[in-house]
Design a protein around this ligand. Sequence first.
Ligand code: OOG
Ligand code: MG
Length: 259
Amino acid sequence: MSTGIAQLARTLDDAQRSATATTQLGDALSIEDAYAVQREILRLHLQRGETYAGPKLGFTSTAKMEQMGVSDIIVGFLTREMELPAGQAISLAGLIHPRIEPELVFRLGHDVTPEAGEDAAALAARIRAAADAVAAGMEIIDSRYENFRFTLSDVVADNTSAARFVVGEWQDFPRPLSGLSVEFEIDGAVVERGVSDAILGDPLRAFDQLAAMTVKYGFVLPAGAPILAGSMTPAVYLEPGQHVVARIESFPDLTVDVA
Ligand code: OOG
Ligand code: MG
């Protein structure tokens, strides 16, 4: 790994830990190098004693791509320390300019290890077969860049703005996931509406994208891993005191209260 990559990782990691936005890296960084920065940030998290949880997909919906002006699917990592228990008030301490978004979360029933030479379609089928549960979720994203603005390589390097996540009650999987209505409610008012098909036309396509990206960049898929499929609506800025509900048809409502 080049010192440049280590240095960029350190800058973004420091920005996160000090909750201070940093300047964008710009277009000079290739996507491959941006994933190398992200891997180095993961290494720093693990070195501090955090535990890897699983991958998260980003920009799987046009709602999100249009909101952020980015048009490619991205993958980041989650650690167990980023997970907040459902139904408890959350603190925004340590976050820069957090936003929240409604997601579907799959759970892996067992490890999935890509085999040498395995193609993305075969791997996608294995990941999908390994998924044993699905839940409503919410992701709290918090770009480490000033004004929450970034290029594709910026946001990949910054671990796809990952900060916190909440998972609702697990439901059996497989189950119908297509065409479900989504309401995102803050303080009793619906602020965003969507449909589960906002995720790639069908949430099950998240497995195809995760597999394709795993073949390319080598994400780790351990037993129990949550897989965030990507937001179904634009993200909304979080403020102290808010009561947030993700209402996804056929799932129990998931709520987050901000302290
Ligand atoms: C990047 C993360 C995108 C999603 O669900 O689409 C993402 C961002 O919007 O800052 O997590
Ligand atoms: Mg997300």
